[in-house]
Design a protein. Structure first.
Length: 261
């Protein structure tokens, strides 16, 4: 009798472990296929996630090898490389129409910055996402079973130990990127779509990329460096204006003319 109980317990344990492993790969597969399917629709560029693992019990996991290509009109290099992304979410919320992510930590992200005077690959990527969010691509966001777009909340997002590379080839410069911290993305709205999440994150990260790139272009110097630097500044000013930057200060009033004696 004890022998049968022991065999039964071992069998149950094996089944539970097998189910856990299968579910882990199942959830990771959902995340991977979702990113690879809807990512290009949101950015209108190449988007590829190499791998994803997600624990069904704790909601923690890791995404590896996420790359986002350059927008049309720029080089064929990748604009972003996010090698490792740690994620902590409410268990099984990935299967629901309201996904709650407690924390996302992106380690050592790499950004490529290309500029043509008043334009850049990063600002064009941001415009693509804005166009998708504004209805330019109606099928950009995944839908729930009810037919409504899936909504998301991200309580905390961190980018750390990143770097920005300006240009390609032997003249390229790389500089450290300051850490980026965001909180309560979509919380006030009760959840926002993945396209809206991408836009909110890009809107917050883009000025940091431009600032780091300006530092690199300052090191470049020379005529080409000065022109590129001016272009980066104009791109930065345009981004500030797009997102409600500081208004133009009023011109100082002239002192009144002295009264005649």
């Amino acid at each position: 009798m004890k022998k049968f109980l022991l065999i039964g317990s071992i069998s149950l344990l094996v089944v539970c472990l097998a189910g856990y492993v299968i579910m882990q790969f199942f959830l990771g597969g959902i995340v991977k296929s979702g990113v690879n399917k809807f990512g290009p629709r949101i950015t209108q560029t190449k988007v590829h996630l190499e791998g994803a693992s997600l624990s069904p019990l704790t909601g923690t996991g890791t995404l590896t090898g996420l790359v986002i290509g350059n927008p049309q009109g720029w080089t064929e290099a990748d604009a972003f490389k996010l090698g490792k992304i740690h994620i902590s979410m409410e268990p099984f919320s990935v299967l629901k129409d309201h996904i709650v992510i407690n924390e996302i930590v992106i380690e050592q992200p790499e950004f490529l910055y290309e500029t043509k005077f008043v334009a850049s690959n990063v600002s064009d990527l941001l415009k693509n996402i804005e166009q998708s969010m504004g209805g330019g691509a109606k099928e950009a966001d995944p839908k729930s079973k009810s037919g409504q777009p899936v909504k998301m909340v991200i309580k905390k997002l961190v980018l750390k130990e990143g770097k920005v590379t300006v240009g390609l080839g032997p003249t390229a410069f790389s500089v450290p990127m300051p850490p980026v911290n965001m909180t309560d993305i979509g919380t006030a709205e009760g959840g926002i779509t993945p396209t809206q999440v991408a836009f909110a994150v890009m809107r917050h990260v883009t000025p940091t990329i431009v600032a780091a790139s300006t530092q690199a272009l300052t090191k470049l110097g020379g005529t080409s460096g000065a022109a590129a630097l001016e272009g980066a500044k104009q791109v930065g000013d345009a981004i500030k204006g797009l997102f409600g930057g500081s208004k133009k200060q009023p011109e100082p009033q002239k002192a009144p003319a002295p009264a005649p004696k």
